[in-house]
Design a protein. Structure first.
Lengths: 352, 541
């Protein structure tokens, strides 16, 4: 952000000659990170020309640099007062207001600046969670690797989720859905016994509660209780025969139990219901490989790599292919896949 | 060729009774495994606990040797001292009496002190000088010790003369005659480069033992037995030292049936190693090409205990490696042609072991039905794992999994008491034909899982090499369609009964075929079941 502001300030250095010189000097100092010098220069600009909006803007930016939002805000506001068309001021003013806790005031500044991240954060602070999530999601799409955006999106989503759960528990405290919500809360907090009790209570109240068997199955799978997980996924798959996730989860649980034939049937079904999900295809490749259906395994794993050529699933698919080729005596192909496996592995996030 | 001679497994009745286990600390054994946990979370605290079954006095009864840890204080000034002169921290040898009780003979045997700078880890038993008496090699953090059995109930520390001190952090060790010269050589796994001054604090607020990757890898050691009481470190020339690792377990077998011992090494949180014996004194690490380096996902496991035996009676040595919870114990099926397939899921271990962390273990036929079952002593590595991951547990009961023609089903080991299990030795402690287990656990007396037996028949072979090494380690034995590889190693830090055991199911006789390390073939027909048979290697082919 600072580079854009410096560039803008440099372009504005033309009102009065002496003020211009100080404006230019201030910009140069700011570029060099000499904050005290920049501040002195912008102060001289304002002294020489009290109507110089860029001078106030520059001074406001310098205060922002030092984290002194209290002093930045009046300078930035003055710049806008002197020149309402100076739109570049809205963004730093928004952040300065946010920094000082004036989130409501910051919202219109971010709106005018078109800054979705800042707007989302300000809305999060004001409790407007629905709009915060929407704007932060939009910001995350533009800047997918920005840790700040990811953090605030996660926070806003979590709070929105909690808000909804609180409403549910207040309005329907003894309902099956309330139990399911409690179960998921406890599961997130890794309090397994309480989570399981609430899952079971939810299903006792409503044995056909949509999503509940799937959720309980996932809870069991996470707890490595695979047989119980398989039972729940089986019920979920029967209850929702069109649900690809239920079919996939059941297939994965069957695979864990070494039942490759039934796993293959479920994973094929999952792939028909929702084609080209890399997780489904990777597991399908494994099931086919276990059944010695080499061509089917190869086809599934190759498709995984077409869909995702980096990351853990690609890495697993390359490793599986290497195994197939090695057993077929195709040493060159196996070596190539092992090399790709190692490369894809480098891109996979490491477990802690 | 050996594989072609296989005959189908005979007369294995599915209606045989399932044995039960009586679990207790035998009378006379008062050993407590001292590991001295500290808030510093020094990694050595959670890694020890070796145990061995051996008949040190050749009276026909298995005796027991326990390796102890040592005293660790909050700060460990140099030179390191683990207070091993204090009897509390001694290793212990217990002689079995005729009534099944034990007598502590540690001092009388000359095994009472282990050097102050050593924190004990594991044990390997083998008759390295072919004098007919079991010798003991103890691994440590610090100097390892070779005790020569004098044949009169006493031992002498011959480490310096033998040249097998190792140093650094040794873990499991095993005796193997890798060059078939008739003398047992020694393989020593080492874990990592670590010392208290460079210990790290992990887990943030929780303070946990650090993952192994926090410390540099190190080399394993292969000592060649010169046949004169001395050894030569051939780690470099053999190719073993070319592969650094964080190794914990080691097991031996001849997976390609070429007559030479291969070495399977369980590594922690990295690729596993399979050292193929090139038959010329060198080894090539082939795990990736053989398919035993990673799981079928291409993921490393936290390999700890390892066994290298034929679980499905196809005459080929398979591999089982125990690891940490959420990884499932790895079973690699030997497909022949030097290739393995990861089969944890197909064999049922995926469901049975996903929540378990395993250390000492072995494939043995506990119900004598002709299929090797799996027994694993268990515990998480982190003593505060529940605070970090509530669904996991530090203390765990052992796992007994019966092998039902290639698929494992959970059995009852006789106790559900959770302990911090580490070492495990396997053998027939009361010579009744049923395999028993000795488990070590931190801060606990050892537990003997005495197999009460059932109705099936059995045969145990006590091998006596003549041209081959006297223990017969490395002999490939075939009985009624089953195969065994004679060696006391495997498991974790531990050494088992060197005798070779077979369950015969309903069969009352057995056909025995032995290929000795010397290459000599021996066949014995119609051997009566239910006996311990000493088999002497013929002098000539």
């Amino acid at each position: 952000m600072i580079h854009a502001l410096v560039l803008f300030l440099a372009m504005q250095a033309s009102t009065a000659q002496s003020a211009d010189q100080h404006q230019a000097a201030g910009v140069t100092a700011l570029k060099a990170g000499q904050v005290n010098d920049a501040m002195a220069e912008f102060k001289k600009v304002i002294e020489l020309d009290p109507t110089n909006a860029p001078g106030y803007f520059g001074l406001g930016v310098v205060f922002m640099q030092t984290g002194d939002y209290g002093n930045a805000i009046p300078r930035l506001k003055k710049a806008l007062e002197l020149d309402p068309n100076l739109t570049v001021v809205h963004k730093p003013l928004g952040y300065a207001l946010l920094g000082q806790g004036y989130a409501s005031e910051a919202v219109p500044q971010f709106e005018k600046a078109g800054d979705k991240a800042g707007l989302g954060i300000a809305q999060l602070e004001t409790g407007d969670l629905t709009n915060a999530v929407e704007n932060l999601q939009s910001a995350a799409k533009s800047s997918p690797n920005d840790p700040d955006v990811m953090y605030y999106l996660a926070r806003a989503s979590g709070l929105l989720s909690k808000q909804m759960y609180d409403l549910l528990l207040l309005a329907h405290p003894n309902s099956a859905r309330a139990n399911l919500a409690e179960a998921e809360n406890y599961a997130a907090l890794r309090q397994g016994e309480e989570a399981e009790a609430h899952y079971k209570a939810a299903l006792k109240q409503n044995p056909t509660l949509l999503g509940a068997h799937l959720a309980l199955g996932q809870f069991y799978a996470t707890s490595t209780r695979w047989k119980e997980a398989e039972d729940q996924f089986r019920i979920a798959a029967k209850q929702e025969p069109g649900n690809a996730e239920a079919a996939y989860r059941l297939g994965a649980a069957l695979l864990q139990d070494g039942n490759a034939h039934d796993a293959s049937v479920e994973l094929e079904r999952a792939n028909r219901l929702l084609p080209d999900m890399p997780e489904t295809l990777e597991a399908l490749g494994k099931a086919e490989s276990m059944l010695d259906n080499v061509a089917a395994a190869e086809k599934a794993w190759k498709r995984v790599i077409e869909l995702e050529n980096t990351g853990p699933l690609a890495s697993q698919a390359h490793f599986g292919l290497a195994g197939i080729y090695r057993k077929q005596g195709k040493a060159e192909d196996a070596a190539r896949e092992m090399k790709l496996f190692q490369e894809a592995k480098q891109t996979a996030p490491q477990a802690q | 060729m050996f594989r072609k001679l296989l005959i189908p497994v005979l007369l294995l009745s599915p209606a045989l009774s399932v044995p039960t286990f009586e679990v207790s600390t035998p009378k006379g054994i008062d050993f407590v495994l001292e590991h001295s946990p500290t808030p510093k979370k020094y990694l050595i605290e959670t890694m020890g606990g070796g145990v061995a079954f051996l008949d040190y006095n050749n009276d026909g009864l298995l005796d027991v040797f326990f390796v102890n840890g040592g005293k660790i204080t909050g700060n460990m000034p140099l030179p390191l001292s683990f207070d091993r002169n204090n009897p509390k921290y001694w290793n212990r040898l217990y002689r079995q009496n005729k009534d099944g009780s034990f007598t502590d003979v540690t001092e009388a045997a000359g095994l009472s002190k282990a050097g102050d700078g050593n924190y004990g880890m594991g044990v390997a038993v083998g008759d390295y000088d072919n004098d007919g008496y079991a010798d003991i090699y103890v691994t440590s953090y610090g100097k390892n010790i070779l005790y020569h059995n004098n044949g009169n109930g006493t031992f002498t520390d011959v480490t310096a003369k033998a040249g097998v001190e190792a140093g650094g952090w040794s873990e499991s060790a095993g005796w193997v005659d890798y060059d078939n010269d008739g003398y047992l050589d020694l393989f020593v796994t080492r874990y990592m480069e670590w010392d208290p001054a460079h210990n790290k604090d992990c887990g943030g607020y929780f303070h946990t033992y650090c993952p192994p990757a926090e410390y540099p890898m190190t080399t394993n050691i292969l000592y060649h037995n010169n046949g004169d009481g001395t050894f030569t470190d051939v780690s470099k020339s053999s190719g073993i030292a070319a592969k650094k690792a964080r190794s914990l377990g080691v097991a031996f077998n001849d997976y390609d049936n070429d007559g030479y011992a291969d070495i399977m090494v369980a590594n922690d949180a990295m690729q596993e190693y399979l050292f193929h014996n090139n038959k010329n004194g060198t080894f090539t690490e082939v795990a990736l090409d053989a398919g035993v380096g990673f799981t079928d996902n291409g993921s490393p496991i936290s390999g700890m205990g390892v066994d290298f035996r034929d679980y499905d009676n196809d005459g080929l040595a398979d591999v089982v490696i125990t690891d940490l919870a959420r990884q499932v114990y790895a079973l690699f099926h030997n497909d022949g042609n030097g290739m393995f397939s990861y089969r944890s899921m197909e064999t049922g271990l995926g469901v049975l072991t996903a929540g378990s962390s395993g250390w000492g273990m072995r494939l043995e036929d506990f119900d004598n039905d002709g299929w090797k079952d799996l027994f694993v002593v268990q515990s998480h590595v982190m003593d505060n794992v529940e605070t970090v991951t509530p669904s996991l547990h530090y203390l765990q009961p052992p796992l007994l999994a019966f092998n039902r023609q290639g698929r494992f089903e959970v059995g009852d080991p006789g106790t559900t008491k959770p302990v911090a299990g580490r070492g495990a030795a396997f053998g027939d402690i009361n010579n009744d034909g049923w395999i028993d287990v000795m488990e070590t656990a931190f801060d606990e007396r050892p537990l003997l899982f005495k197999n009460r037996g059932g109705s099936a028949h059995w045969l145990t072979l006590a091998l006596r090499g003549t041209k081959s090494n006297r223990d017969g380690y490395g002999a490939r034995v075939r009985v009624n369609g089953q195969s065994q590889y004679a060696n006391a190693g495997g498991s974790y830090l531990s050494s088992s009964d060197k005798r070779v055991h077979f369950g015969l199911g309903a069969a009352k006789t057995a056909d025995v075929e032995i290929i000795w390390p010397s290459g000599i073939h021996q066949a014995i027909k119609d051997v009566q079941a239910d006996q311990i048979l000493e088999v002497r290697e013929p002098e000539k082919p």
